[in-house]
Design a protein. Structure first.
Length: 251
């Protein structure tokens, strides 16, 4: 009976020892697993850190290159500025004691030179000539009810009709005249000038250059000197300041 109890006790102890060994093995394997995982995580973090350091290094290199390029551009710009301004940079630190060395620039304003083509003057607008040029005898002015000389031609037109430059030139005056209203004079070169009267909405200033065919302005309401004749363009052609017959030049 005693032997049987002893055998049973030994078996129980064996089971306990086996269980303890199994638990130890399980804990050992678990520890190995977590140890391996920790190593993998550390390796991953180390790799990520290395990548970040590479990116930072590349970024710093790129910024340094940009700064170098910017500095080079500024240096080139400074050299260009010095070349344009004509300033001679000092050659030594004693430049304050030396006489000032500068090169004066001459500002040369190149004016456009116009030449009037006497054989190809275009019409300022399309319309009937209701009053001809006449400086050798007087003609009748209906509104004034009198005869007098006429240094221009008067072309019938609709209000707001565009008036075009008969030739290229430079605007030399814009005036308000009691007889011809807003009047623009254009110097066309070679002593010739064109005078456009009865205008409004002038798109130019004195000194502006206009090309042939560009709109000078638009036909306005007639002044009181032409109320009977109606809306019109007063067009005068001058040669060396004296009126000439525009009809001899118009195409």
């Amino acid at each position: 009976m005693r032997n049987g109890k002893t055998t049973t006790g030994l078996r129980q102890k064996s089971y306990v020892i086996a269980a303890v060994i199994m638990l130890a093995a399980v804990f050992g394997m678990t520890g190995i697993y977590y140890s391996q995982q920790n190593k993998k995580q550390e390796a991953k973090l180390a790799k990520e850190q290395e990548e970040m350091e590479k990116q930072e290094a590349a970024k710093e290199k790129e910024e340094a290159l940009k700064k170098e390029q910017q500095a080079k551009k500024e240096e080139e710009k400074q050299q260009e500025t010095e070349a344009v301004s004509g300033i001679i940079p000092p050659q030594s630190t004693d430049f304050l004691d030396a006489p000032e060395a500068t090169i004066e620039k001459e500002s040369v304003a190149q004016e456009v030179e116009f030449h009037f083509d006497t054989e190809n003057m275009s019409w300022p607008l399309q319309g009937n000539v209701i009053m001809n040029y006449s400086m050798d005898q007087t003609i009748y002015f209906a509104t004034l009810d009198q005869y007098k000389y006429n240094p221009a031609i008067v072309i019938q037109a609709e209000i707001n009709a565009p008036v075009e430059a008969v030739s290229a030139g430079k605007v030399i005056s814009i005036e308000n005249n009691a007889e011809t209203g807003t009047t623009v004079t254009v110097d066309m070169g070679d002593g010739y000038s064109a005078v456009y009267g009865q205008l409004k909405e002038i798109a130019w200033n004195t000194g502006d250059s206009v090309a042939a065919g560009e709109v000078i302005g638009y036909v306005s309401e007639p002044t009181k000197y032409y109320s009977v004749e109606g809306a019109n363009l007063y067009f005068e052609l001058l040669k060396d300041g004296a009126p000439v017959n525009p009809m001899e030049y118009l195409e």
